[in-house]
Design a binder for this molecule. Sequence first.
Ligand SMILES: *[C@@H]1O[C@H](CO)[C@@H](O)[C@H](O)[C@H]1NC(C)=O
Length: 271
Amino acid sequence: MAGYLEKNAVIHLAVFLAFSTAAITSARAEEAHASHEVFGYDDDATGPEKWAALRKDWAICGDGKRQSPIDIGKVEPQKEKAPLAQTYKAGAATMQNRGHDFMLKWKDGNSKLTVQGKEYTLLQVHWHAPSEHTINGTRFEAEMHMVHEDPSKARAVISVLLSTKAGMPSKLLTEMGPYFKSLAGKEKGEEEVKQPVDPSTWIDKTSGYYRYDGSLTTPPCTEGVIWTIMSKIADASKEQIDLFKTVTTRVEPNARPAQKLNDRIVRYYEV
Ligand SMILES: *[C@@H]1O[C@H](CO)[C@@H](O)[C@H](O)[C@H]1NC(C)=O
């Protein structure tokens, strides 16, 4: 499957290169220059290799030693049990098209996660396609990031990898589907979600997880993020993954390449 996906990515890139014009490239470079906030995922002036140079306060994207995502290979199984302490509740939310991804943002901070004795509030969820984290080199079709923050703005992210292998749709993506469809291609578009969104069933409580110390995977690439990657891969349908690719009209995956592990350890916690 990894081989297939990598090949697919290469084909996508080839198609993009074949059809991209100098005009698109220079318009995006100008846009980046003007707003100082635009970044992309192609191998061009705003691509991952250039993020650090786009803004002074994005320098850590280039010289940070604890960056994310990573390839999860060697792990240290932990003897102690550390079940995820979540108290998630339904809350009013909006869906946004941020230009590079769809983000569901709660208005009230009533969903909490306790990690290593500290309480974090669930702020938002967004999706990457294909996955950013890989497992022993295997890249999955998508990855969901649940972003939590504590009062000092320290972050903890729970990640769920998504695969289309079983061909089963994801219930939560079915619920969000109409919003992805109506915001497709509408950069900076935002829509109220009609019903309160309840994330309490979004994480499989029978799954173990990998834990490591990393960063945001988008600029400003801030470090000190506690990552929790669920070891069970969740299901989604191909149609659902295809909706993530409608964020922009450009042919562009939104996954940052794997970063160096350096001296970090990935711990594995069983349920
Ligand atoms: C990756 O592969 C190695 C060697 O087979 C194995 O020991 C390790 O547990 C694997 N890692 C994960 C996260 O599955």
